[in-house]
Design a protein around this ligand. Structure first.
Ligand code: PEP
Ligand code: MG
Length: 841
């Protein structure tokens, strides 16, 4: 801190006041002074001065008090650099003593003077002298009796009379506020809001506008918008004969501001003051370039502006507020984009638990898919479907989910699992469907057989009980709290269009079905970056055909199953191409982790036995023979493509047939075909030769030409290291950061949820690496892969398509490296588009 700096600075239009030296409130008050608003005389104390005060170095207060001659009552408020970091509460009426009581009694009447004095004694006793609050809050008497009770109580508790010297009072007030800022709990609180360890506190000392006395006197707050909706509406409260923010706490005793049918208003009581306030607020909005809430006092009809703070607002309100500021020519589009936190858009995209609702939390888990929903507990996909058929919203509760549960997920309003992590089956599918999901809630016990959940605190919830899954916060609540509906209004669309014009990296969607694709288009995704084709077979009818194909022993049985799958896939792909209207569609060849497709219970085994016309015992044996110890490292991805080539051949034939059909209806479609889980360049070579052969056959059969692009998913560490060899023979590479994270850490994406919180709590990992990209390790592999590939093939298109694709931090990382696009779940596209725009601005 600068030792030459004056310890008090009068707030004038030209005084050297900055948020970084005197705090945001001091700076804002200076702006109000510059606008010539009726702001009472104010001085600012710098961070350095307040720091010295906390350490026992009290400056010469006569110099400070001399700024307020003739001596007036003062108020002291905190001024931290960022208002969100908080600070000690304001203290009003400093300087009140027996002498000023006599003076004020003459001016305002004894009643008002006593009331002001009593308030100050009470505040001082509790917040400065730190006496027992109960003693002072119990005093019922008003007026002079109340005052003498308070003074007596003070003397008894403090064992000395109430201090009469204004300089002593002020010194004690400044000291207590400075110390409060240095306290441990205040420090932890502000650090949780992003304040640095050494964040400073400034203080502003302002002459009081009293708000009590003869004529119309009082105080209140006013803003020009509704905080929830962001729509223009004069909101706030006013209370006659009050000070500070009392009007807000006074409930029905306080007045509305504008005349309407809700009851008496400030406009009725003091029309002139009301008009003035509106004008001041409009001027502040225009010149401070933000929606502001003003704190005002009326003194015998005269308006004083004491303070201005940024209007507190919901995420929904904020979007409309910034869009309106642009439309009114006050801020630029770029500024508006920078004023919206990308993750806050989640609040607009999904229903949420009302922040004011009472929350009875019964379990915590991983917030796998945002939004909230209320429904009755069911424990199986079949019960979920039955519940949906009855029109009863239900929540599917499972230890973990598998493809057999997907139909149940479709029928549910939310999902809760005991196991799993950010990229486990339930999480990936939940996000794709936009279904609120909490996974890995290890603190509960699920007993499907007894149809019970045992909550963290031992409470038992039965099938049919009503719970709420809050996938935004990773909490499960008992009962049905109040909700706020999703709201995608015109201002959201406008903001998204502006974001699109700025973003320098494309945003595609991971979309597996026509429904996903339609959502992705609705959010203006720049194409599909990943269609996981195995997800097209979750439908009960289709799942069995898929299982038949996986299970077929003899080539002719497999052929028969594939013949059934072919027309389904042609229809699927044709539909995707149609919906995406010529935008790129990247189709990944089958990557079914086999365990996800094996029947997991007796009913599933029986269904499969029926479909295959085999005894259950045969099917059970076959299932057992296919079981793998590490299915995620087993016969997946291209390994299945190499060992059972007919599967990929069927899929690429379907893609080409669909290409020809869709091209007939519009511009030629150029499909992108992607090979998953590659770890050796030779895998690509083999698959490519087969795809080329199918392409030649389809061209021949139809007598028509078409083009396609071939790409590889880089999701094993080896593929990153060999990226140069792989890139030289393909058109694009897409980095699958889910598997890459799993394999880099040697951490199962399905099971890590069990101990992830222990790892994060002990700071072994900064965050769940399945959620936030691990820049140091996985990021290094991405960098190596990216650079080697680029050097070997300058034209190769590169992207990431793991779940990280939708995270603002990962987008920054990808843009920094030079990736062409990121691909994420459809509902995360808007968040990603905004984050990409902010990166570019
Ligand atoms: C990945 O591994 O990052 C990926 C996108 O593929 P999947 O999640 O389907 O394994
Ligand atoms: Mg993968």
């Amino acid at each position: 801190f600068n030792p030459d700096e004056p310890f008090v600075t009068l707030v004038t239009p030209t005084a050297p006041i900055q948020p970084s030296t005197h705090g945001g409130r001091a700076k804002c008050l200076q702006r109000l002074v510059r606008l010539d608003l009726p702001v009472p005389r104010t001085v600012a104390l710098s961070f350095g001065t307040v720091h010295d005060i906390a350490n026992g170095e009290m400056p010469d207060l006569d110099q400070l008090l001399s700024q307020f001659q003739p001596v007036a009552l003062l108020c002291v408020r905190p001024s931290s650099q960022d208002p969100d970091w908080g600070g000690p509460g304001a203290i009003l009426n400093v300087g009140m003593n027996d002498a000023s009581f006599v003076e004020l009694s003459d001016k305002l009447g004894a009643e008002a003077a006593a009331s002001i004095y009593q308030r100050f004694v009470q505040t001082y006793a509790i917040h400065v002298a730190r006496l027992d609050p109960d003693v002072f809050e119990e005093i019922d008497a008003q007026g002079q009796q109340g005052l003498s009770d308070a003074l007596m109580a003070y003397e008894e508790e403090a064992e000395e009379p109430f201090p009469q010297s204004p300089a002593v009072q002020l010194a004690e007030v400044l000291r207590s506020m400075a110390r409060a800022w240095e306290g441990t709990s205040a420090r932890l609180l502000r650090q949780a809001k992003g304040a640095p360890v050494d964040a400073g506190l400034g203080l502003v000392v302002q002459e009081m506008a009293l708000g009590l006395g003869h004529g119309e006197c009082g105080s209140g707050v006013l803003q020009l918008v509704n905080s929830d909706t962001g729509l223009p509406q004069i909101t706030g409260r006013y209370l006659s004969q009050s000070q500070g923010r009392e009007a807000l706490a006074a409930g029905a005793k306080s007045l509305f501001l504008e005349q309407d049918d809700r009851g008496p208003s400030l406009q009725d009581l003091a029309p002139q003051a009301f008009e003035e306030l509106k004008e001041h607020a409009a001027l502040m909005r225009r010149r401070l370039r933000a929606e502001m809430q003003i704190e005002f006092t009326i003194e015998n009809g005269r308006v004083h502006i004491l303070d201005g703070v940024r209007v507190d607002r919901s995420a929904r309100g904020n979007v409309r507020i910034v869009v309106r500021l642009v439309e009114d020519g006050i801020i630029t589009r770029q500024e508006a984009l920078m004023r919206v936190e990308p993750r806050a858009l989640v609040e607009l995209l999904h229903r949420q638990v009302d922040p004011d609702a009472v929350r009875d939390v019964i379990a915590n888990g991983i917030a796998a898919s945002p939004g909230a929903a209320t429904g009755r507990i069911v424990f199986s996909a079949a019960d979920a479907q039955a519940s949906a058929a009855r029109g009863e919203p239900c929540i599917l509760v499972r230890r973990e989910t598998s493809p057999e549960d997907v139909r149940g997920m479709h029928a549910s309003v939310a999902v809760l699992t005991e196991r799993g992590g950010m990229t486990s089956h339930a999480a990936v599918i939940g996000r794709g469907l936009g279904l609120p999901s909490v996974v890995g809630a290890a603190c509960i016990r699920i007993h499907p057989k007894r149809a019970q959940i045992i909550a963290r605190d031992g409470r038992v919830f039965q099938e049919g009980d009503i719970i709420t899954v809050d996938g935004t916060n990773g909490e499960v609540l008992s009962g049905a709290p109040e909700m706020l509906e999703a709201r995608l209004d015109d201002s959201f669309q406008t903001l998204m269009d502006w974001a699109d014009a700025e973003g320098e990296i494309d945003i595609r969607a991971n979309a597996d079905t026509p429904a996903d694709a339609a959502i992705a288009r609705g959010f203006n995704a720049h194409g599909i970056g990943l269609c996981r084709t195995e997800h097209m077979f979750f439908d009960p009818g289709r799942l069995t055909v898929m299982q038949e194909m996986i299970f077929a022993d003899a080539p002719e049985d497999r052929r028969a199953a594939l013949d059934q799958l072919l027309p389904m896939q042609i229809a699927d792909f044709t539909e995707l191409f149609r919906i995406m209207h010529g935008q790129p569609v990247c189709i990944r060849l089958f990557d079914p982790p086999l365990h996800e497709f094996l029947p997991s219970d007796r009913a599933g085994l029986r269904d499969l036995a029926e479909a295959l016309d085999l005894p259950v015992s045969d099917v059970t044996r076959r299932v057992q023979s296919m079981e793998e110890h590490n299915p995620m490292l087993g016969l997946r991805g291209v390994r299945l493509g190499l060992t059972v080539p007919e599967i990929y051949e069927m899929q690429v034939r379907a893609i080409f047939e669909a290409t020809l059909t869709a091209s007939k209806e519009g511009d030629p479609v150029v499909p992108e075909i992607m090979i998953p889980l590659v770890s050796a360049p030779r895998e690509v070579e083999i698959v490519r030769t087969r795809i080329d052969a199918v392409a030649a056959a389809v061209r021949n059969e139809h007598g028509r030409d078409f083009d396609y692009r071939l790409g590889v998913m880089v999701e094993t560490p080896r593929a990153c290291l060999m990226a140069d060899k792989i890139a030289s023979s393909v058109d694009f590479l897409s980095f699958g950061t889910n598997d890459l994270t799993q394999m880099t850490y040697g951490l199962s994406r399905d099971d890590a949820g069990r101990f992830m919180s222990a790892y994060v709590n002990q700071s072994v990992y900064k965050e769940d690496p399945f959620h936030i990209l691990d820049v140091d390790g996985v990021g290094e592999l991405l960098t190596v892969g990216f650079e080697r590939a680029r050097a070997a093939n300058p034209d190769v298109v590169m992207s990431i398509c793991g779940e990280h694709g939708g995270n603002p931090e990962s987008i920054a990382f990808c843009r920094g490296l030079g990736f062409n696009y990121v691909s994420c779940s459809p509902f995360r596209v808007p968040v990603a588009r905004l984050a990409a725009a902010q990166e570019a601005i």
